[in-house]
Design a protein around this ligand. Structure first.
Ligand code: F6P
Length: 370
């Protein structure tokens, strides 16, 4: 009998429970493995806080949002413990051994892939599943959580159209996505936003204002601006890139352009507010902001996310049964592939500026900020 541990790490994402159920049911019922959950991400593994998953725990969770295991953004090598930040990797390795685990399944986004790789390098049999509403994990076509968030953000844009239209306003709607523009771009296209701003295409506020004024002249004195939380003006982008370059050089390291877009939630909101004020000033229209925030991560997962999470989860149990470890279970084309963690960790899948979704947006007349 194989003993399998499972944990969820990073931000919650719709479909996590469907994935836990997929891994668990296949492992227990199909392969006769023993499965144990760890609470609150890597912290639960460090503190050996477990949750039974061999009773009825896997039933009735397919449609539930969040994660029954709980989650945290803790990293094994940088754990806040008693006011200090400590490398607790060895404690985690010890608990893995004490629980006689043959494999550890980590459900998470980009950060989780890096953490899992570190544990692999310590000799653990780790296997990961890609989840995040940001859809920014490398080497997989899609991550679960994205489709649900896309639906929520699109519905928000649909609803915001009423007020924008009736009050002749600009509504700037801030959409999550961290350093990637997938969610804002997808929802912007699906919801018919008039302007879409994503981190991958630094914007010129004058160009955005002109697009809005042009609509007004054409008899549409209202606009919806879908702004990815990581969106950045060309001016700020150049300034930050120069600063990062200097920092990178002085440290002897090289930073990617994407790193320049990293920010905190408050800074994102501040940027959105400043953008709205500037557009108000440049166009003469009244502007309002809406920050969708964690609404985008909550609630019932979409059918597509439940399906994807179940496919990835059950495939994960298949890989464990074959002893395929040190990999992420990825959706590639019509199938599912095991991708080495080394090929995934530390990479961010951003939107190529000439991606077909961007081209479609441009074709229907959406301003992309440039
Ligand atoms: O990675 C998912 C995500 O929702 C990002 O889109 C966002 O930047 C971040 O998490 C928010 O983090 P938190 O939930 O910790 O505030």
């Amino acid at each position: 009998t194989k003993y399998v541990g499972i944990l969820t790490s990073g931000g919650d994402s719709p479909g996590l429970n469907a994935a836990i159920r997929g891994v668990g049911k296949a492992a227990l019922n199909h392969y006769g493995m023993y499965i144990i959950g760890f609470r609150d991400g890597f912290r639960g593994l460090m503190e050996n806080r477990t949750m039974r998953l061999d009773g009825g725990e896997l039933s009735d969770i397919l449609t539930r949002g969040g994660t029954i295991l709980g989650t945290s953004r803790d990293k094994p090598h940088r754990m806040p413990v008693g006011g200090k930040v400590l490398d607790m990797t060895d404690v985690i390795v010890g608990n893995y051994r004490d629980n006689h685990l043959d494999a550890l399944v980590c459900l998470g986004g980009g950060g989780t892939q890096k953490n899992a790789l570190r544990l692999k390098e310590k000799g653990l049999n780790v296997i990961t599943l890609p989840k995040t509403i940001d859809n920014d994990v490398a080497m997989t076509d899609i991550t679960f959580g994205f489709d649900t968030a896309l639906g929520i953000a699109t519905e928000a844009i649909d609803r915001l159209h009423s007020t924008a239209h009736s009050h002749h306003r600009i509504i700037v709607v801030e959409i999550m996505g961290h350093r990637a523009g997938w969610l804002a771009l997808g929802a912007g296209v699906a919801g018919g936003a008039d302007v879409i701003l994503i981190p991958e295409i630094p914007y010129d506020v004058e160009s955005v204002a002109e697009a809005i004024r042009e609509r007004s002249r054409g008899g549409k004195p209202f606009s919806i601006v879908a702004v990815a939380e990581g969106a950045i003006s060309m001016q700020d982008f150049l300034a930050r890139s120069a600063a990062e370059e200097k920092k990178g050089k002085s440290k002897g390291g090289k930073k990617s352009a994407g790193d320049a877009a990293q920010n905190t939630e408050m800074q994102y909101a501040d940027h959105t507010l400043r953008l709205a004020k500037k557009l108000e000033q440049l166009t003469g229209l009244e502007a309002r902001i809406t920050i969708l925030g964690h609404l985008q991560r909550g609630g019932i997962p979409s059918a597509a996310d439940r399906l994807l999470a179940t496919r990835l989860g059950t495939a994960c149990a298949d890989f464990i049964s074959k002893g395929t470890y040190g990999v992420m279970v990825a959706a590639r084309g019509d199938g599912i592939k095991a991708v080495k963690l080394e090929e995934v960790a530390g990479k961010v899948k951003t939107v190529p500026p000439d991606h077909p979704w961007v081209e479609s947006a441009r074709r229907v007349g959406t301003n992309m900020g440039d």
